[in-house]
Write a protein that binds this ligand. Structure first.
Ligand SMILES: Nc1ncnc2c1ncn2[C@@H]1O[C@H](COP(=O)(O)OP(=O)(O)OP(=O)(O)O)[C@@H](O)[C@H]1O
Ligand SMILES: [Mg+2]
Length: 275
């Protein structure tokens, strides 16, 4: 007999046994990829939008799910100001922008409204977005995750089938601490890490001089230490930031830009690991 539970009632024993979760795939897509970082403000959303558009540019059907309930970026970065339609009052049709199917909590609330929600409400919003949105015939859904290792990450890990994660970071030591935490989280949750991306990697002047503002090769070194793929370096670039703020991501706005080409290379690599 298990000593620890000896003498306990069946109901109590049941309530102390760890719950097992069923992971549901998101309907309407072949694969789901999470864009993540344990730290905030390192460029996850910028990466997610441009990466999604780069996948589209190589002929794939793509959706973006903005899983950042407290700080949605998708409506601004993709210039979406409309509300999703619902024919039956239960499911929602994603909004099509630049050929990408999009969903965000930001479509449903006023942009200046703070989401002062407890964890279970966040979990329920995430479940709605993954189960009640009529995603249609997609190859990939790109999930723009909020920073950290909290409720949203846990919901995805326990209840939704995620086929891979890309970890985005800037290369300074303080950010790398969080990258290690992020890698350990996905390893623990048994979600495959497709690779690491070094964002705001360096600044290059018009004359071609490079400044490693946040240090050199930090993310690549962590990737090596943990035996993960390194997907590439994205420099700090004013065009990328302006495009994000203007609501038309650089890959869509200027596909021939050298930064757009980096996104395309990453998209090709990721595609090849799935299709
Ligand atoms: N490589 C880059 N070059 C220039 N600006 C960048 C780059 N990457 C991101 N930015 C800018 O940095 C800011 C933060 O980026 P973003 O919102 O994508 O980060 P995030 O990791 O999603 O943040 P959060 O953790 O709040 O979700 C944005 O203004 C974005 O335009
Ligand atoms: Mg973001």
């Amino acid at each position: 007999m298990d000593k620890k539970t000896a003498g306990l009632s069946d109901t109590f024993k049941k309530s102390t046994t760890p719950k097992s979760f069923v992971k549901n795939p998101i309907k309407g897509t072949k694969f789901t990829i999470a864009i993540s970082s344990a730290k905030g403000g390192v460029g996850k959303s910028t990466f997610a939008m441009n990466f999604a558009l780069a996948l589209k540019s190589i002929g794939l059907k793509v959706g973006i799910l903005d899983a950042d309930i407290y700080g949605p970026s998708l409506p601004k970065m993709m210039s979406i100001n409309e509300k999703p339609k619902s024919e039956d009052g239960k499911s929602m049709v994603p909004i099509n922008q630049y050929g990408i199917q999009c969903m965000s909590i930001g479509f449903l609330v006023d942009k200046d409204t703070p989401m002062i929600w407890r964890g279970p409400m966040v979990t329920s919003a995430i479940k709605t977005f993954t189960q009640k949105v009529l995603w249609e015939n997609l190859d990939f859904i790109i999930v723009d995750m909020p920073p950290g290792t909290g409720d949203t990450q846990l919901t995805f890990a326990q209840e939704i089938k995620v086929d891979g994660a890309i970890i985005v970071s800037t290369p300074q030591e303080i950010a790398l601490l969080d990258v290690r935490r992020g890698i350990n989280m996905f390893d623990k949750l048994k979600i495959p890490i497709l690779g690491l991306v070094d964002n705001m990697s360096f600044f290059e002047t018009d004359e071609g001089k490079k400044y490693n503002i946040f240090g050199e090769d930090g993310v690549e070194k962590v990737a090596k230490d943990y035996k993960k793929e390194f997907l590439g370096k994205i420099p700090i670039n004013i065009d990328l930031r302006i495009a994000a703020d203007s609501g038309k991501p650089l890959v869509e706005e200027n596909p021939e830009h050298k930064i757009s080409k980096i996104f395309k290379e990453i998209a090709i690599r990721v595609k090849e690991s799935f299709l």
